[in-house]
Design a protein around this ligand. Structure first.
Ligand code: ZN
Length: 248
């Protein structure tokens, strides 16, 4: 379906109220347009056609496979999703992302590039050090309950400054920042304390990503979707030096 053929009215999308029974939570949406299909990959800069919107995976495993295939294309220097301004504007009327990624705010980990994806394909939430808060969990819940994403990938990265700050603060509490930044780093202290082995930073990162995955899996509304087979939460790490994503 092309953008022009989409049946949805733009005005109806400006204020969209969607009540969802899943998990007993009603999701009211006013700012984020949702639903609709898109013409993924239109205008791709290579001769290889990008996957079309009808190909978007609907299952957790299919979504994971597509993300990892996108990273493989990046590593092979065979990116498909390079958009023109015209391509980008075609996404204005709706979104139907097939996966969520909860990443770090680090400027070197742009999710759509890491997974060679188009505008509208991945619902992305990012905070420094992948630190969760209630509004952040709410954002991720929105992606599942309103946008029906079947996969959440928690994507940490090696040499994460926030994780390093927590490990350093664990060794020397005087290094713990004050204020809101201190609260952020404090949230990573349990993972820093759980770290072991030669590379304590990598170990702390893995411990933290695994704990975020467990927290999301234990969030009631998400747990219900997982139990129903509609959702999977996975943890992974991105290597800044190689651009490779590795599953935990
Ligand atoms: Zn980071």
């Amino acid at each position: 379906m092309t953008v022009e053929e989409r049946p949805q009215g733009v005005s109806a999308r400006r204020t969209l109220l969607r009540g969802l029974a899943l998990g007993g939570i009603s999701v009211a949406v006013s700012a984020c347009a949702s639903g609709g299909s898109k013409a993924a990959g239109e205008g791709a800069a290579t001769t290889v056609p990008a996957p079309q919107s009808t190909d978007l995976p609907k299952t957790p495993d299919g979504a994971l496979q597509r993300l990892l295939e996108g990273n493989k294309r990046l590593l092979a220097n065979e990116r498909l999703h390079v958009q023109t301004l015209s391509d980008i504007r075609k996404h204005a009327t709706g979104q139907s992302p097939y996966a969520q990624v909860f990443g770090c705010a680090d400027s070197r980990v742009p999710v759509e590039v890491v997974f060679d994806e188009d505008f509208g394909d991945v619902f992305v939430t990012r905070t420094a050090g992948n630190v969760l808060s209630e509004p952040t969990i709410g954002t991720i819940e929105y992606g599942v309950l309103a946008l029906n994403t079947p996969l959440i990938m928690v994507l940490g990265h090696q040499n994460c400054g926030a994780v390093k700050a927590a490990v350093d603060a664990m060794k020397d509490p005087s290094k713990l920042p004050t204020g809101a930044l201190g609260a952020l780093v404090s949230a990573l202290l349990p993972a820093a304390k759980a770290a072991k082995g030669e590379d304590v930073y990598a170990s702390a990162l893995e411990a933290h990503v695994r704990s975020v995955v467990a927290t999301l899996e234990g969030t009631p509304s998400l747990a219900e979707a997982i139990k129903a087979g509609k959702l999977r939460v996975v943890g992974a790490s991105y290597d800044l030096a190689t651009a490779k994503v590795t599953m935990y």
